[in-house]
Design a protein. Structure first.
Length: 375
């Protein structure tokens, strides 16, 4: 498990630390304090040097620019990854984590044009042709991504345009390269998981004990749900176009299968949370606005499902919320469970502060009993 995280020069953080991390960590705080950016930072570190993940985060925020020298081609504007939204040579951000007996660090930096290409860098692995090498040499700067830990990942070099743009075409060539030994990482956004992704996760747990756990999680929302199964037809799946579907459920009081889209948002959200948790075995789960789509009466059971699954499958959880019912429900789990060994933590993020305010298990219980606001 991660014990502490240090973020330097990443997005809205010049310098920031999360300490006393536990098995389950809930980040609270006002709007625009950087809670989602913290999740992103830790996810990037745990995923090591996956270029496609970095591009995915920027795309989700519409961080684009146009290269006027290349027919106004669309590029990723890397300036927004760095504190102050400005870059120059040697500008860098770093994300560092400590474990019990080790540490790891991800460093992303802007480097000067350099004809020498380091041996073992993935620039040569990804581009076995002279066209890319020529393009690299024509650029004045490039984005360097390096990860160091118990093992060392190959250095990644990506050429930048004069405006600091990262050509999307170059990023695509790294997509799908999952050869590194990064831990299992699942990220659930505030707008739910996509249907295709949900089906992929479900396929990983079919006919395993975790499939039953997912069904039990759905019973938190609707006790009549007996079974769930993905749609079998690829043609049918392809017609979903991002809609809430792809699964059928069997209800105890209806003698036919029901499309999951006919159920409420809570069922869909709980399905995503359960699938992401069990598929993060021996890894990390990140959930932005974890309370989205859930009634307050379901939150205690949701937290219990995540807590028990995380302990059993060795998952470390990081989540955010603005909801008082959400953290109060987590407090009820602390009161009922022996959480001291692995740890449940609430971290309050305050704008401009270099460390979070940490609430340990006893402090969480006291805050809940005395109705002290932790957000």
């Amino acid at each position: 498990m991660l014990k502490s995280i240090r973020i330097e020069n990443f997005r809205g953080f010049h310098s920031f630390e999360l300490q006393q991390l536990g098995r389950v960590n809930l980040l609270v705080g006002k709007n625009n304090t950087g809670k989602t950016s913290i999740l992103e930072a830790i996810q990037l570190l745990c995923s090591r040097n996956k270029v496609d993940l970095l591009a995915q985060k920027m795309t989700s925020r519409s961080e684009f620019c146009f290269d006027e020298k290349s027919n106004n081609s669309l590029e990723l504007d890397v300036r927004h990854l760095f504190y102050g939204h400005e870059i120059q040579l040697e500008t860098r951000f770093a994300i560092t984590a400590t474990h019990d007996n080790s540490s790891e660090e991800l460093v992303v930096s802007i480097k000067a044009h350099n004809i020498h290409i380091p041996e073992g860098s993935r620039v040569l692995d990804a581009y076995q042709n002279d066209e890319f090498i020529k393009a690299l040499l024509e650029r004045d700067s490039f984005l360097e991504i390096s990860w160091n830990g118990t093992e060392k990942e190959p250095l990644i070099l990506l050429p930048l345009s004069s405006k600091g743009g990262l050509p999307i075409d170059y990023v695509r060539r790294f997509r799908g390269d999952n050869k590194n030994s990064a831990s299992k990482v699942q990220f659930v956004t505030s707008s739910f998981l996509e249907t295709e992704r949900m089906i992929e996760l479900f396929d990983q747990i079919v006919l395993t004990p975790e499939e039953k756990l997912v069904e039990q999680a759905l019973n938190i929302i609707d006790s009549k749900i007996k079974r769930i199964a993905p749609m079998g037809s690829i043609k049918f799946r392809g017609s979903l176009d991002g809609s809430r579907g792809g699964f059928f459920v069997l209800l105890s009081d209806i003698n036919q299968r029901v499309p999951i889209g006919s159920m409420g948002d809570g069922v869909w959200r709980m399905l995503g949370l359960a699938l992401a948790t069990v598929c993060a075995k021996d890894g990390y789960l990140f959930v932005d606005e974890i309370d989205t789509g859930l009634h307050f009466t379901a939150m205690s059971d949701m937290w219990r499902m995540i807590w028990e699954t995380a302990k059993r499958l060795n998952v470390q959880v990081f989540a955010t919320t603005h909801n008082s019912d959400c953290w109060m429900s987590l407090a009820s789990i602390v009161q009922q469970e022996d959480a001291a060994e692995d740890g449940i933590r609430i971290h309050r993020i305050e704008k401009g502060k270099e460390k979070s305010v940490v609430f340990t298990e006893p402090q969480i219980v006291i805050a809940a009993e005395r109705e002290i606001e932790v957000r």
